[in-house]
Design a protein around this ligand. Structure first.
Ligand code: HEC
Length: 112
């Protein structure tokens, strides 16, 4: 019983730390293009939003043609291999590490 409680407390404590790591990764690998300038669309509210739906950003035809919404799975697939997820996308950077992608997606969900 005590062990279960300790594990639960640990996983609860781990959740915010996860997003914080994601923030650090985001600041290092994403922010330079995703701070709302012409280099990339703002990612505020991107989790759950329609793919390629920000007003005022000139998306590639490839990403626009993708359709659907940014679910966790779609964000993960895009970040793992952007050109495979949406052939013709203008975003070239990928995040090969499963752990880092998970942390970044968790952080993206906090951008509201
Ligand atoms: C060198 C610039 C650059 C960097 C670095 C970059 N991106 Fe992007 N990102 C773009 C561009 C450009 C697009 C639009 C792609 C298109 O239209 O095909 C985009 C699109 C996206 C989208 C889809 C947005 C939407 O409105 O549908 C997400 C999500 C995203 N990027 C996440 C990230 C994350 C997370 C990182 C860091 C790991 C990152 N990007 C790093 C340039 C960049």
């Amino acid at each position: 019983m005590i062990r279960v409680a300790a594990a639960l407390a640990l996983s609860l404590a781990a959740a915010p730390a996860f997003a914080a790591d994601g923030q650090q990764l985001f600041n290092m690998q994403c922010k330079m293009c995703h701070a709302g300038g012409p280099m990339g669309p703002s990612l505020t509210g991107v989790a759950g939003a329609k793919i390629a739906s920000k007003d005022g950003f000139a998306y590639s035809p490839g990403l626009k043609a993708k359709g659907g919404t940014w679910t966790d799975a779609n964000l993960d697939a895009f970040l793992k291999a952007p050109a495979q997820f949406a052939p013709g996308t203008k975003m070239m950077i990928s995040v090969p590490s499963d752990e880092n992608r998970q942390a970044i997606v968790a952080f993206l969900k906090t951008l509201k």
